[in-house]
Design a protein around this ligand. Structure first.
Ligand SMILES: NC(=O)c1ccc[n+]([C@@H]2O[C@H](COP(=O)([O-])OP(=O)(O)OC[C@H]3O[C@@H](n4cnc5c(N)ncnc54)[C@H](O)[C@@H]3O)[C@@H](O)[C@H]2O)c1
Length: 246
Protein backbone atom coordinates (compact mmCIF):
# COMPACT_ATOMS: atom_id res chain seq x y z
CA UNK A 1 0.00 0.00 0.00
CA UNK A 2 1.42 3.40 -0.91
CA UNK A 3 1.51 6.15 1.70
CA UNK A 4 1.95 9.81 0.68
CA UNK A 5 4.79 11.61 2.41
CA UNK A 6 2.25 14.10 3.76
CA UNK A 7 1.01 11.27 6.00
CA UNK A 8 4.44 10.10 7.08
CA UNK A 9 7.00 10.65 9.79
CA UNK A 10 10.50 10.13 8.41
CA UNK A 11 13.94 9.92 10.02
CA UNK A 12 16.78 11.15 7.79
CA UNK A 13 20.36 10.79 9.01
CA UNK A 14 23.17 13.01 7.83
CA UNK A 15 20.55 15.59 6.96
CA UNK A 16 22.71 18.61 7.68
CA UNK A 17 24.45 18.79 4.33
CA UNK A 18 24.83 17.16 0.96
CA UNK A 19 22.46 14.46 -0.22
CA UNK A 20 20.72 14.16 3.16
CA UNK A 21 19.85 17.86 3.18
CA UNK A 22 18.52 17.62 -0.38
CA UNK A 23 16.29 14.67 0.54
CA UNK A 24 15.07 16.49 3.66
CA UNK A 25 14.05 19.58 1.71
CA UNK A 26 12.25 17.48 -0.90
CA UNK A 27 10.40 15.45 1.75
CA UNK A 28 9.47 18.62 3.65
CA UNK A 29 8.04 20.11 0.47
CA UNK A 30 5.88 16.98 0.17
CA UNK A 31 4.54 17.54 3.69
CA UNK A 32 6.37 14.86 5.69
CA UNK A 33 7.06 15.24 9.39
CA UNK A 34 10.82 14.94 9.72
CA UNK A 35 13.36 13.99 12.35
CA UNK A 36 16.68 15.23 10.96
CA UNK A 37 19.75 13.69 12.60
CA UNK A 38 23.26 15.07 12.25
CA UNK A 39 26.26 15.94 14.40
CA UNK A 40 27.01 19.21 12.63
CA UNK A 41 24.90 21.63 14.65
CA UNK A 42 25.27 24.57 12.27
CA UNK A 43 24.42 22.65 9.11
CA UNK A 44 21.58 20.85 10.88
CA UNK A 45 20.03 24.12 12.05
CA UNK A 46 20.15 25.47 8.50
CA UNK A 47 18.45 22.40 6.99
CA UNK A 48 15.87 22.25 9.77
CA UNK A 49 15.01 25.93 9.28
CA UNK A 50 14.72 25.43 5.52
CA UNK A 51 12.42 22.44 6.00
CA UNK A 52 9.94 24.46 8.07
CA UNK A 53 7.68 23.78 10.99
CA UNK A 54 7.22 20.04 10.41
CA UNK A 55 10.94 19.34 10.81
CA UNK A 56 12.77 18.63 14.05
CA UNK A 57 16.57 18.72 14.10
CA UNK A 58 18.34 16.39 16.52
CA UNK A 59 22.05 16.91 17.06
CA UNK A 60 23.59 13.48 17.57
CA UNK A 61 26.83 11.66 16.92
CA UNK A 62 25.59 8.51 15.22
CA UNK A 63 28.81 6.65 16.01
CA UNK A 64 27.68 6.70 19.64
CA UNK A 65 25.21 3.94 20.42
CA UNK A 66 23.70 5.57 23.49
CA UNK A 67 23.31 8.94 21.80
CA UNK A 68 21.75 7.29 18.75
CA UNK A 69 19.19 5.52 20.93
CA UNK A 70 18.39 8.78 22.70
CA UNK A 71 17.83 10.51 19.35
CA UNK A 72 15.48 7.75 18.25
CA UNK A 73 13.60 7.93 21.57
CA UNK A 74 13.26 11.69 21.15
CA UNK A 75 11.83 11.16 17.67
CA UNK A 76 9.22 8.72 18.96
CA UNK A 77 8.40 11.03 21.86
CA UNK A 78 7.84 14.10 19.71
CA UNK A 79 6.68 12.71 16.36
CA UNK A 80 5.24 9.30 17.17
CA UNK A 81 5.52 6.27 14.95
CA UNK A 82 8.03 6.35 12.09
CA UNK A 83 7.04 5.27 8.57
CA UNK A 84 10.34 5.65 6.72
CA UNK A 85 14.02 5.75 7.63
CA UNK A 86 16.62 7.15 5.24
CA UNK A 87 20.00 6.20 6.69
CA UNK A 88 22.31 8.45 4.70
CA UNK A 89 25.02 9.57 7.13
CA UNK A 90 28.48 8.30 6.30
CA UNK A 91 32.14 9.07 6.75
CA UNK A 92 34.76 8.68 4.04
CA UNK A 93 38.30 9.34 5.14
CA UNK A 94 40.64 7.84 2.53
CA UNK A 95 43.39 6.10 4.53
CA UNK A 96 46.04 3.58 3.54
CA UNK A 97 45.33 0.35 5.40
CA UNK A 98 48.84 0.46 6.90
CA UNK A 99 47.84 3.74 8.54
CA UNK A 100 44.31 2.72 9.58
CA UNK A 101 43.62 2.40 13.29
CA UNK A 102 40.91 0.67 15.27
CA UNK A 103 39.16 3.83 16.50
CA UNK A 104 38.94 5.45 13.09
CA UNK A 105 37.85 2.23 11.36
CA UNK A 106 35.07 1.56 13.85
CA UNK A 107 34.00 5.19 13.96
CA UNK A 108 33.21 4.92 10.24
CA UNK A 109 31.65 1.48 10.72
CA UNK A 110 29.51 2.62 13.64
CA UNK A 111 28.10 5.65 11.82
CA UNK A 112 27.01 3.30 9.06
CA UNK A 113 26.25 -0.10 10.53
CA UNK A 114 25.69 0.48 14.25
CA UNK A 115 23.35 3.39 13.56
CA UNK A 116 21.69 1.52 10.67
CA UNK A 117 21.01 -1.43 12.95
CA UNK A 118 19.72 0.72 15.82
CA UNK A 119 17.39 2.69 13.57
CA UNK A 120 15.94 -0.34 11.83
CA UNK A 121 15.58 -2.27 15.06
CA UNK A 122 13.84 0.63 16.80
CA UNK A 123 11.24 1.25 14.08
CA UNK A 124 10.66 -2.40 13.17
CA UNK A 125 7.78 -3.23 15.52
CA UNK A 126 5.97 0.02 14.77
CA UNK A 127 6.26 -0.63 11.05
CA UNK A 128 4.89 -4.13 11.53
CA UNK A 129 1.96 -2.73 13.52
CA UNK A 130 1.37 -0.09 10.80
CA UNK A 131 1.24 -2.74 8.08
CA UNK A 132 4.51 -1.62 6.54
CA UNK A 133 7.32 0.87 6.26
CA UNK A 134 10.37 1.73 4.20
CA UNK A 135 14.02 1.31 5.17
CA UNK A 136 16.36 3.09 2.77
CA UNK A 137 20.11 2.71 3.20
CA UNK A 138 22.32 5.00 1.14
CA UNK A 139 25.11 2.95 -0.34
CA UNK A 140 27.83 3.44 -2.92
CA UNK A 141 29.86 1.57 -5.50
CA UNK A 142 31.98 0.88 -2.43
CA UNK A 143 29.10 -1.37 -1.28
CA UNK A 144 29.82 -3.86 -4.04
CA UNK A 145 33.42 -3.12 -5.07
CA UNK A 146 36.65 -2.65 -3.20
CA UNK A 147 38.58 0.59 -3.47
CA UNK A 148 42.11 1.29 -2.28
CA UNK A 149 42.36 3.44 0.86
CA UNK A 150 38.67 2.85 1.62
CA UNK A 151 38.78 -0.25 3.83
CA UNK A 152 36.51 1.22 6.53
CA UNK A 153 34.10 2.81 4.05
CA UNK A 154 33.92 -0.31 1.84
CA UNK A 155 33.42 -2.61 4.84
CA UNK A 156 30.65 -0.34 6.07
CA UNK A 157 28.81 -0.10 2.76
CA UNK A 158 29.17 -3.83 2.07
CA UNK A 159 27.71 -4.53 5.53
CA UNK A 160 24.77 -2.22 4.88
CA UNK A 161 24.08 -4.08 1.64
CA UNK A 162 23.91 -7.36 3.57
CA UNK A 163 21.81 -5.89 6.37
CA UNK A 164 19.32 -4.50 3.88
CA UNK A 165 18.97 -7.78 1.97
CA UNK A 166 18.31 -9.67 5.17
CA UNK A 167 15.77 -7.13 6.46
CA UNK A 168 14.00 -7.22 3.10
CA UNK A 169 13.37 -10.94 3.50
CA UNK A 170 12.17 -10.65 7.08
CA UNK A 171 10.15 -7.50 6.44
CA UNK A 172 8.33 -8.68 3.33
CA UNK A 173 5.53 -10.52 5.19
CA UNK A 174 4.78 -7.29 7.08
CA UNK A 175 4.97 -4.87 4.15
CA UNK A 176 8.35 -3.52 5.26
CA UNK A 177 10.63 -2.80 2.32
CA UNK A 178 14.40 -2.51 2.70
CA UNK A 179 16.57 -1.27 -0.14
CA UNK A 180 19.96 0.27 -0.67
CA UNK A 181 20.36 3.13 -3.07
CA UNK A 182 23.50 4.50 -4.61
CA UNK A 183 23.72 8.04 -6.01
CA UNK A 184 24.58 6.80 -9.50
CA UNK A 185 25.87 10.25 -10.42
CA UNK A 186 28.62 12.57 -9.22
CA UNK A 187 27.05 14.85 -6.61
CA UNK A 188 28.08 18.27 -5.41
CA UNK A 189 28.35 17.66 -1.68
CA UNK A 190 30.91 18.39 1.05
CA UNK A 191 32.11 14.75 0.86
CA UNK A 192 32.63 15.10 -2.88
CA UNK A 193 34.37 18.45 -2.48
CA UNK A 194 36.90 16.74 -0.20
CA UNK A 195 37.46 13.68 -2.36
CA UNK A 196 36.73 14.32 -6.06
CA UNK A 197 39.38 15.21 -8.60
CA UNK A 198 38.99 18.47 -10.54
CA UNK A 199 37.81 16.39 -13.49
CA UNK A 200 34.95 14.82 -11.51
CA UNK A 201 33.95 18.21 -10.14
CA UNK A 202 33.22 19.24 -13.73
CA UNK A 203 30.52 16.56 -13.87
CA UNK A 204 28.85 16.84 -10.48
CA UNK A 205 25.18 17.72 -10.14
CA UNK A 206 23.03 19.24 -7.41
CA UNK A 207 21.95 16.32 -5.16
CA UNK A 208 18.39 17.65 -5.24
CA UNK A 209 18.15 15.99 -8.67
CA UNK A 210 18.48 12.60 -6.96
CA UNK A 211 15.69 13.25 -4.45
CA UNK A 212 12.73 11.98 -6.56
CA UNK A 213 14.02 8.41 -6.26
CA UNK A 214 13.85 8.68 -2.47
CA UNK A 215 10.25 9.94 -2.65
CA UNK A 216 9.33 6.92 -4.75
CA UNK A 217 10.86 4.50 -2.26
CA UNK A 218 9.47 6.26 0.81
CA UNK A 219 5.95 6.36 -0.58
CA UNK A 220 6.34 2.70 -1.56
CA UNK A 221 5.13 3.15 -5.11
CA UNK A 222 7.35 0.23 -6.01
CA UNK A 223 6.25 -2.38 -3.50
CA UNK A 224 8.06 -4.97 -5.59
CA UNK A 225 11.29 -3.05 -4.98
CA UNK A 226 12.42 -4.88 -1.91
CA UNK A 227 15.89 -6.16 -1.21
CA UNK A 228 17.28 -4.34 -4.20
CA UNK A 229 20.17 -2.02 -4.88
CA UNK A 230 18.82 1.01 -6.71
CA UNK A 231 20.37 3.87 -8.64
CA UNK A 232 19.03 7.26 -7.50
CA UNK A 233 20.08 9.12 -10.62
CA UNK A 234 18.60 6.59 -13.04
CA UNK A 235 15.35 6.35 -11.08
CA UNK A 236 15.06 10.12 -10.70
CA UNK A 237 15.74 10.66 -14.38
CA UNK A 238 13.02 8.19 -15.27
CA UNK A 239 10.63 10.09 -13.00
CA UNK A 240 11.66 13.67 -13.76
CA UNK A 241 13.74 13.63 -16.94
CA UNK A 242 13.57 17.38 -17.48
CA UNK A 243 14.69 18.24 -13.96
CA UNK A 244 17.46 15.72 -14.15
CA UNK A 245 18.60 17.03 -17.52
CA UNK A 246 18.38 20.66 -16.40
N1 LIG B 1 29.52 12.10 -2.44
C1 LIG B 1 29.62 11.05 -3.21
O1 LIG B 1 30.22 11.10 -4.31
C2 LIG B 1 29.01 9.74 -2.81
C3 LIG B 1 29.17 8.64 -3.65
C4 LIG B 1 28.58 7.45 -3.31
C5 LIG B 1 27.82 7.34 -2.16
N2 LIG B 1 27.69 8.44 -1.35
C6 LIG B 1 26.90 8.29 -0.14
O2 LIG B 1 25.87 9.27 -0.14
C7 LIG B 1 25.56 9.63 1.21
C8 LIG B 1 25.61 11.13 1.35
O3 LIG B 1 26.91 11.56 0.98
P1 LIG B 1 27.29 13.11 0.92
O4 LIG B 1 28.23 13.23 -0.20
O5 LIG B 1 26.09 13.94 1.01
O6 LIG B 1 28.13 13.19 2.31
P2 LIG B 1 28.50 14.48 3.16
O7 LIG B 1 29.76 14.17 3.90
O8 LIG B 1 28.52 15.67 2.29
O9 LIG B 1 27.28 14.56 4.19
C9 LIG B 1 27.16 13.56 5.18
C10 LIG B 1 26.37 14.09 6.35
O10 LIG B 1 26.48 13.11 7.39
C11 LIG B 1 26.77 13.76 8.61
N3 LIG B 1 27.52 12.88 9.51
C12 LIG B 1 28.74 12.34 9.32
N4 LIG B 1 29.13 11.68 10.41
C13 LIG B 1 28.12 11.79 11.31
C14 LIG B 1 27.94 11.31 12.64
N5 LIG B 1 28.91 10.62 13.29
N6 LIG B 1 26.79 11.58 13.26
C15 LIG B 1 25.83 12.30 12.66
N7 LIG B 1 25.94 12.80 11.40
C16 LIG B 1 27.08 12.53 10.75
C17 LIG B 1 27.61 14.97 8.20
O11 LIG B 1 27.62 15.99 9.20
C18 LIG B 1 26.92 15.41 6.92
O12 LIG B 1 25.86 16.30 7.15
C19 LIG B 1 26.56 8.87 2.09
O13 LIG B 1 25.96 7.70 2.58
C20 LIG B 1 27.67 8.53 1.13
O14 LIG B 1 28.39 7.37 1.53
C21 LIG B 1 28.26 9.63 -1.64
Amino acid sequence: MTLPLAQQTVIITGAGQGLGAAIARRFAAAGAKLALLDYDAVALAETTRACGATAMGIEVDLSDRVATNAAIAKTFGQLGRVHTVVHNAAILRPTRFADEDFESFFHTFNVGVQAGFQLARAVWQGMQDNGGGALIFVSSRSGIEGFAEESAYCATKHALEGLSKSLALEGAPYGITSNTITPGMYMQTPMSARNYSDELKQKWVDPVLLAPAFVLLAERHLQSQNGHRLDAWALSQALCPLAAAG
